[in-house]
Design a protein around this ligand. Structure first.
Ligand code: RB5
Length: 175
């Protein structure tokens, strides 16, 4: 399993600590940045990590920003991503068992950094429970699918309207 890991400037130091931890456990990871504490925009790194997980390149992802909230909001925009903000062990275990979360987010300005490593450990080793939880996760996927269909229909209508308008104006030009 390769873990995608990323952060913004506020999460950089904790991300480095998590990388040391993963290394000590012989767990493979790919670091999607950022690579220092210079100010950056967290949605960029949330997108890189989420894309790697959604595409299957990496099995799971870990994202760190100041609060863990911004990266989580951005990550959850990527179809197939179930990002969970966890600042305690109960949530880390429950979100793997119940939600099959595939991205863990944490806030470096919120969580105790030693607890953060325990959260990573718990989140990585806890299996999805399946059963009734699978039905609920399927409903999350169904929401994504329905929204994608609605969006595709909107785009198709906009293209059709645009074509009509264009044809109309061409007619006018030739008159
Ligand atoms: C950066 O200052 C901060 O806004 C960011 O790390 C994060 O907490 C956003 O949700």
């Amino acid at each position: 399993m390769t873990i995608a890991i990323g952060c913004d400037h506020a999460g950089f130091q904790l991300k480095e600590k998590i990388k040391d931890y993963l290394e000590s456990k012989n767990l493979a990871f790919e670091d999607f940045g950022t690579f220092d504490e210079e100010s950056v925009d967290y949605p960029d790194y949330a997108f890189y990590v989420s894309k790697a997980v959604a595409s299957g390149k990496c099995e799971k992802g870990i994202l760190v920003c100041g609060t863990g909230i911004g990266v989580g909001i951005a990550a959850n925009k990527v179809p197939g991503i179930r990002a969970a903000l966890c600042h305690d062990l109960f949530s880390a275990e429950a979100t793997r068992e119940h939600n099959d979360s595939n991205v863990l987010t944490m806030g470096a300005r919120v969580v105790d950094w030693n607890i953060a490593l325990d959260i990573v450990d718990t989140w990585l080793k806890t299996e999805f429970a399946g059963g009734r939880h699978q039905r609920r996760v399927n409903k999350i996927t169904a929401i994504e699918d329905m929204m994608a269909i609605e969006r595709a229909e909107e785009i198709a209508l906009a293209i059709a309207d645009n074509k009509k308008e264009k044809n109309g104006s061409d007619d006018n030009v030739s008159e």
